[in-house]
Write a new protein. Structure first.
Ligand SMILES: *Cc1c(COP(=O)(O)O)cnc(C)c1O
Length: 446
């Protein structure tokens, strides 16, 4: 399979190049040249298949030409060593719990899959191996991405990960998930804010001398190996709902920030997954919502909210969504907007509305929402039509946001054993100023 750039000015890439480079030369996002429909028989029997088997079928559809079958099966099965159940919350509202992975966040699946796929390419040989150099993954994080990527890549041979995070600005629970790992994971504590971390990473990718010295790559959600595997979730949701005979008028609601997760669901839809329509639930960062209303995409600086993993003012995967619904790659703005509006509905919620949804859901059903999932819950509650069944993603375990959740619901939520184990490890980090010269000097010594 070849991958083209959404900006249309870069050469086509094979999967290995798309994964190792992340972004195309023209700064566009890679898109697969074809999206094959899965056979009818697959959907007829899907309710009897395990999450892992479903995922392997979906993965083969995208990666089967480029990755040997047994290896792909190992990568998929090893990535999905946990479940993602559908749980009834109330009436016609269900939740797809995406937080049963190692760091209790949905990003675990993409991070683990990408780490294993990169590991496969390095072992298999080819240009990367010939140079016999370690691949260095740089990732800037405001909390959640760093832990998922660090844990996903932990112990993968031939890869070293540098996690840059703003000193004192991530929660203690988040920090311990990437500072206590050791091995091939280095946590870099930057004296600055998240934007400084991101600027350091961007400068590093653009620095010629540094790129000659070491092989650098990124693991953010624009990477095809990180966002596409999230489609597994939606096939599984459909299967579990079909087993309950509830999949006919199935609406999928995805709390969204960079729009990688919902984008993978849309790819699933293009592969034939019978989801009736989608709802993108946003916090106060309402750029996509406004696009649906007006047809104009106007990125702006993000605002801080309770659902901070969705504080994005210029969602990077928007370009993929536009590309997916533009005819033959030609961007006829009105037609594209029309197609997108026919399939995706938008919602946006203030912190007050998020809190209200959390309280109302807890009091009425006992289910504890995290602030991100709360946007999804509320969007379904307000927008489901008679006869429709809605499933929203719970994108993180509520205990990851313990201080906020306890405060809003007036409870004392248990910290799962897996999270507690991280908290017992010893913090190791490298202190760094926000000056690129310092960061570069440090990397040049590695
Ligand atoms: C990353 C994240 C999101 C947003 O997902 P996107 O793919 O960026 O839209 C939502 N909730 C949580 C908890 C996250 O960590």
């Amino acid at each position: 399979m070849k991958y083209y750039s959404t900006n249309g000015k870069a050469p086509m890439a094979d999967l290995q190049k798309a994964v190792v480079k992340g972004l195309a030369e023209d700064r566009g996002l890679y898109m697969p040249e074809r999206i094959e429909k899965l056979p009818k028989a697959f959907f007829e029997n899907i309710q009897d298949m395990s999450f892992q088997d479903i995922a392997y079928n979906v993965a083969s559809n995208f990666f089967g030409e480029d990755v040997d079958g047994d290896a792909l099966q190992d990568i998929v099965f090893d990535t999905l060593s946990f479940d993602c159940p559908v749980v009834k919350v109330k009436d016609n509202i269900y939740t797809l719990e995406l937080f049963h992975g190692p760091t209790l966040a949905f990003k675990d699946v993409g991070a683990r899959f990408m780490a294993r796929l990169l590991g496969y390419f390095l072992r298999r040989g080819g240009s990367e191996r010939a140079a016999n150099r370690t691949v260095n993954v740089l990732v800037a994080t405001s909390g959640d991405t760093g832990s998922a990527v660090a844990n996903g890549f932990l112990g993968v041979e031939g890869i070293h990960v540098y996690v840059l995070y703003p000193k004192g600005k991530v929660s203690p629970i988040q920090e311990c998930q990437f500072t206590t790992l050791g091995k091939n994971i280095t946590a870099i504590e930057v004296d600055g804010v998240f934007d400084d971390c991101q600027a350091l990473v961007k400068s590093a990718f653009m620095d010629e001398e540094l790129n000659k010295h070491m092989k650098l790559t990124s693991a953010n959600s624009i990477n095809v190996a990180r966002f596409l595997p999230q489609a597994f979730y939606y096939f599984n949701a459909y299967a579990r709902m079909k087993a309950l005979d509830l999949a006919d008028e199935f609406v999928m609601c995805v709390p969204s920030g960079n729009f990688g997760n919902i984008c993978s669901a849309l790819f699933g839809h293009e592969m034939g997954l019978p989801i009736k329509r989608f709802i993108a639930a946003n916090n106060a960062n309402d750029i996509f919502y406004k696009y649906l209303q007006t047809g104009k995409y106007e990125p702006k600086a993000s605002v801080q909210t309770l659902a901070n993993a969705m504080d994005v003012g210029d969602p990077s995967n928007f370009a993929r969504i536009l590309n997916l619904y533009s005819q033959n790659g030609a961007l006829v703005e009105e037609a594209t907007h029309h197609r997108i509006c026919n399939l995706i509905y938008g919602a946006t919620y203030s912190d007050e509305q998020i809190k209200k949804a959390m309280r109302q859901c807890y009091n009425e059903t006992g289910y504890i929402l995290d602030p991100h999932g709360a946007c999804g819950y509320r969007a379904l509650q307000e927008n489901l039509k008679p006869g429709e069944i809605g499933v929203f993603c719970e994108t993180a375990h509520p205990a990851k946001f313990k201080e906020k959740v306890d405060d809003i619901l007036n409870i004392n939520i248990d910290i799962p054993a897996r999270l507690r184990a991280f908290m017992e490890g010893e913090k190791q980090s490298v202190e760094m100023s926000k000056d690129f010269a310092d960061f570069k000097a440090y990397l040049m010594k590695q």
